[in-house]
Design a protein around this ligand. Structure first.
Ligand code: ATP
Ligand code: MG
Ligand code: FE
Length: 336
């Protein structure tokens, strides 16, 4: 079964074709990073317009790369929630149009469940129940996953998402947008123990997260340095590398701690990580270390499947279709 998936929930326009929920036949991703960079974050109106301008070309590209005919496609999948409403609407409208034109089923997919599913694209027979951690630009959420399509929220961020914290700290350090991967690279030259940034555990049994205090601590640290030393001090690469490494370690310590705690409470048989921040080298390293320690398999998608892509959408849709979970033209985009 061939499913064409569409992802336009934020600032990536992506279209993929996936066979039987596993084999990625094509996965075209157009990132709008360059368009949003001058503004230091995603501008919803710009995102929406860019999706509108590129979606038809990207659908065409995904079909051409897959070397299939339109009539070979068996169903259309699309992310309808959560995300920016204007962005979601472009994908949802394109998907409805294709579904109607080719008279094939329409399948609505939850963006965060798709991030978790990115693991299933590359790994066979994942043991369930799993505890899944989605860490991205807009979300930091822990789920109890019973199977590919069944996820219950165990905890989430009460303020900033982990990726948002990475992006805001990058901005404070003058590293541009989006800053996650830049911090990842700089941190490799820094000392993780240089600055004791706070870790917010929010009470003994809490599975929620908070990263805004950490971001503020970085801001005060940088301001303090500016006042104490010459203007050029923050330009010192070692300072920036140490701040990056210490900040990153504080984020990852909390993510790992809570994910492991959730896996114990819920007797999970595996841990699944997904979302843009799951591309982070230190996070991946730390989860592999902990996996050996607690003797639980930890799965993480390859880097290109961590950030937004439509392959994870088309893949998950196969299981929803198998369970008879099909939408119709009344399906709506839902930002929350
Ligand atoms: P959401 O999935 O919550 O709707 P989104 O779709 O914008 O948000 P993703 O594409 O999944 O998010 O992830 C983007 C985020 O991942 C950005 O905040 C970016 O800084 C962060 N990110 C990407 N690579 C890395 C990395 N190597 N280290 C840390 N963060 C990273
Ligand atoms: Mg993005
Ligand atoms: Fe995402």
């Amino acid at each position: 079964m061939l499913i064409l998936g569409i992802e336009t929930s934020c600032d990536e326009t992506s279209v993929a074709i996936v066979r039987n929920g596993r084999e990625i036949v094509s996965n075209v991703i157009f990132s709008q990073d360059k368009l949003h960079r001058p503004f230091g974050g995603v501008v919803p109106e710009i995102a929406c317009r860019a999706h509108l301008e590129s979606i038809i070309g990207i659908i065409h590209c995904a079909i051409t790369e897959a070397e299939v005919k339109c009539t070979d496609i068996d169903a259309i999948a699309v992310v309808n929630s959560p995300g920016l409403i204007g962005s979601l609407l472009i994908g949802v409208t394109a998907a409805k149009t294709l579904s109607m034109a080719f008279n094939i089923p329409l399948i609505a997919v939850h963006h965060l469940h798709a991030h978790i599913y990115a693991n299933n694209l590359e790994h066979d027979a994942i043991p369930y129940p799993a505890v899944s951690l989605v860490v991205s630009g807009g979300h930091t959420t822990l789920f109890l996953s019973e199977r590919e399509t069944q996820h219950v929220v165990l905890g989430e961020t009460i303020d900033d998402a982990a990726g948002e914290a990475f992006d805001k700290v990058a901005k404070i350090l003058g590293l541009g947008y989006p800053g996650g991967s830049v911090i990842d690279q700089l941190a490799k030259q820094g000392n993780r123990k240089a600055i004791p940034f706070p870790r917010a555990y929010l009470g003994k049994d809490s599975l929620d997260f908070s990263f805004s205090g950490l971001k503020t601590a970085v801001l005060y640290h940088v301001k303090g340095q500016d006042q104490n030393r010459s203007q050029t001090s923050l330009k010192n690469t070692m300072d920036i590398a140490d701040i990056s490494a210490s900040f990153q370690e504080a984020v990852i310590d909390v993510l790992v701690h809570k994910t492991v705690a959730a896996s114990k409470i819920h007797h999970a048989r595996s841990i699944l990580i997904g979302g843009g921040v799951a591309a982070n080298s230190r996070l991946r390293e730390k989860f592999q270390e902990i996996s050996r320690e607690i003797r639980l398999p930890v799965y993480c998608p390859s880097r290109e499947l961590c950030t937004d892509n439509a392959a994870m959408v088309a893949g998950l849709a196969y299981w929803k279709y198998s369970e008879g979970n099909i939408s119709d033209l009344r399906m709506e985009a839902n930002p929350s």
